[in-house]
Design a binder for this molecule. Structure first.
Ligand SMILES: O=P(O)(O)OC[C@H]1O[C@H](OP(=O)(O)OP(=O)(O)O)[C@H](O)[C@@H]1O
Length: 443
């Protein structure tokens, strides 16, 4: 039982709040979380927080924007109700993949084969296809001016596929002083026409002023990326501006994100849970191989492989033309050996689950006998569960940083590890000013 502490749960994950409170030996604080008819979030804290150490538990996933707004309003309510300190506990940190430029969709997303609805309609291939040797575009990639033309064409196509509108080549209607209308495009050959337009229309030569000509609308060039918001800093600022004094989270997608804050951020590790699962639940785990499904997660996966003395392999997403003649391998390449072994994929999160299902297909193809995926944050949005059910994955193990109640009902391959005790212990330690890092000294 801890004193002078208040734990408030947001609406994202009530079951986790309950587990944390059970471990701490206190009931969750009473709060009314609802919405006005218009959709605005309403928060009413129904007990005093004056002079208290307040911890607000709210995870990402699900209705992420609503949950974030609810968290901000709750923090602000506690701050203005004279709480001594307010800590935002975010088991999955929302928007944590937007601390840098969002990934390029090309070559990554997996969609169902159009028109097919059966379980077998997932190919786990890259869509649109990454260029591959012998493919329709590969010849042009290797030679000079001709290839540039082809690459520009491809970029246009990619933009259209990604939903960006690609306007036609800019063209303007011009009228000569004698009234003869001509159509011209903005090319080098048309510079003389430019002059007549300038003098005839803008300056009103011949006394026939028609007012200033509107400048041509901005036309993005092929390959030009319009400004993409990098929301990481904004989210950090919103939390501190609302009144958060401290943040506790787990397995931040990008650990450098902590540097966006000017308040303390405790980034807990989920890997000791995953490590224990490997030791106690995977038969002959010493003969298995730890696999990182992409380069971004290699550090995370090697930490587990090193701690357990297990071999390591890496899947590299190849986006350049290669000498490999196989289409699937041209998009994902395995570095390491998994033949006749169990492969254990380690990643921080699975959202659409494209990454792990495609990786599983490759690993089975390369001779893996069984494929496990061990993931800290099982967001599993949209068709992710159907995709896992149809995939070569034998088992998917996630923690409950995101509510898994619904996922468990729909996926027999899913197993859930409890993080409530870890967060409860972190809260207890923060409250008493004790070290958090010793929680993870497990070597
Ligand atoms: O289930 P999915 O929708 O496939 O998403 C999961 C992948 O997304 C994240 O990486 P990201 O693509 O952001 O790249 P990075 O690891 O290089 O940052 C994460 O680390 C997974 O690898």
């Amino acid at each position: 039982m801890v004193r002078n502490i208040v734990v408030l749960g947001g609406s994202s994950h009530p079951q986790l709040t309950e587990t944390i409170c059970n471990h701490l030996g206190i009931p969750p604080a009473k709060a009314l979380l609802s919405k006005f008819a218009v959709g605005e979030t309403r928060v009413e804290i129904q007990e005093s927080v004056r002079g208290k150490d307040v911890f607000i538990i709210q995870s990402g996933g699900g209705k992420v924007n609503d949950h974030l707004m609810e968290l901000l309003i709750t923090i602000s309510a506690c701050r203005t109700a004279s709480a001594k300190r307010v800590t935002a506990v975010l088991p999955l940190f929302p928007y944590s993949r937007q601390s840098d430029i969002p990934y390029n969709k090309t070559g990554a997303p997996l969609a169902k084969v159009p028109g097919q609805s059966s379980k077998n309609s997932y190919t786990f291939d890259s869509r649109p296809q990454t260029p591959y040797p012998g493919g329709p575009e590969s010849a042009g990639l290797l030679n000079g001016a001709d290839s540039l033309h082809q690459q520009l064409g491809r970029l246009k196509t990619d933009d259209r596929r990604n939903g960006a509108s690609v306007p036609p080549t800019p063209q303007r209607q011009n009228t000569l002083p004698d009234g003869i209308g001509i159509r011209r495009s903005d090319t080098l050959e048309s510079k003389t026409s430019d002059k007549s337009e300038h003098f005839g229309n803008v300056n009103g030569v011949n006394g026939a002023s028609k007012g200033p000509t509107k400048p041509p609308a901005f036309q993005p060039q092929p390959g030009y990326k319009q400004w993409v918001a990098q929301a990481g800093t904004l989210i950090a600022d919103l939390l501190t501006c609302a009144g958060a004094d401290h943040v506790i989270t787990m397995d931040l997608h990008d650990p450098q994100y902590q540097g966006f804050f000017d308040i303390p951020v405790d980034n807990l590790y989920g890997r000791h849970l995953l490590r224990k699962y490997i030791q106690y639940s995977i038969p002959n785990y010493k003969d298995a191989v730890i696999v990182s499904p992409d380069a971004g997660g290699a550090k995370r996966a090697t930490a587990i492989a090193d701690a357990l003395g297990m071999p390591f392999a890496l899947i590299h997403k190849e986006r350049r033309p290669t000498q490999i003649n196989d289409r699937q391998n041209a998009t994902m390449m395995l570095v390491g050996n998994v033949a006749e072994r169990t492969a254990v994929l380690i990643d921080d999160l699975a959202d659409t689950s494209n990454t792990i299902t495609r990786a599983a297909k490759l690993l089975k193809k390369e001779g893996a006998t069984k494929v496990y995926a061990l993931i800290t944050h099982g967001i599993l949005s949209g068709e992710a569960i159907d995709r896992i059910n149809a995939s070569a994955l034998d088992k998917v193990v996630v923690t409950n940083t995101v509510d898994q109640g619904d996922h468990l009902k729909r996926c027999s391959k899913l197993e859930v590890l409890e993080v409530g005790n870890v967060f409860a212990e972190a809260i207890r330690r923060v409250h008493h000013g004790e070290s958090i890092s010793v929680l993870f000294d497990y070597n």
